[in-house]
Design a protein around this ligand. Structure first.
Ligand SMILES: [Zn+2]
Length: 225
């Protein structure tokens, strides 16, 4: 089986959404003092490679533990949205040619991954200036029946670093409002351009939580000639 890791490593250098909790992983017990190592982890529900449940923006939306496990796994459709510059909008023009594939894939629970390659800026200030999905384009994707969308940026919406007012979260509202799911901070999407890949975005079973870190990966069976 071919496996591709689509997750960033969690460490002190991760890019955190403005205002979200800081990440830490510190020794709580040590081999030297206690006989074994146990670490204490502090993490926001949207830190690192993770998935958003509808409850993230909807008071009565599904929490991550209520979403059926089967929805986090499916065949994937990678949309090539590379070549977009800082804070550039990904419009339907870029996505239109995948429409038939999405309509067909939606019947099998396909997961759409938007590849910008902005993941290479992970951990740098430039990571916040990522391209973002146009909310009309998000709506058009949802019209094909697709309900799980991932992206290799901090958010499918534009990220406002210094703004104190609520940012525009139109794409989040469209997807989560349709009982969809959003995976963010994916990486390595270039590695799954060719062939039939399945993607796995399984979260921790966190009770009453609006999202969860995930170990995202893609897999495909190798067929022998
Ligand atoms: Zn999130």
């Amino acid at each position: 089986m071919d496996l591709v890791d689509l997750s960033h490593t969690l460490d002190e250098n991760i890019s955190i959404y403005p205002g979200d909790p800081q990440y830490s992983c510190c020794p709580a017990l040590t081999v030297q003092k206690d006989g074994w190592n146990v670490q204490s982890i502090s993490i926001g529900s949207h830190s690192g490679t993770h998935i958003d449940a509808p409850y993230h923006i909807l008071e009565d939306g599904q929490t991550i533990d209520q979403v059926p496990l089967s929805r986090f796994i499916g065949p994937c459709i990678v949309i090539d949205a590379t070549g977009k510059g800082p804070r550039e909008r990904i419009t339907w023009d870029v996505i239109r040619s995948y429409e038939a594939k999405m309509r067909q894939g939606a019947r099998e629970g396909a997961i759409v991954l938007l590849r910008t390659d902005w993941s290479k800026e992970w951990g740098t200030p430039k990571y916040y200036d990522h391209p973002f999905l146009d909310s009309q384009a998000a709506q058009r994707i949802l019209e094909t029946g697709i309900r799980v969308i991932g992206i290799d940026t901090l958010s499918p919406d534009e990220t406002h670093v210094h703004s104190t007012v609520e940012g525009d979260v139109g794409v989040h509202r469209a997807i989560l409002g349709a009982d969809g799911l959003i995976a963010e901070n994916l990486t390595n999407l270039a590695a799954i351009q060719e062939g039939d890949w399945s993607v796995n975005l399984v979260p921790l079973k966190l009770g009453h939580c609006d999202g969860s870190p995930i170990r995202a990966f893609a897999s495909r069976n190798i067929t022998c000639a």
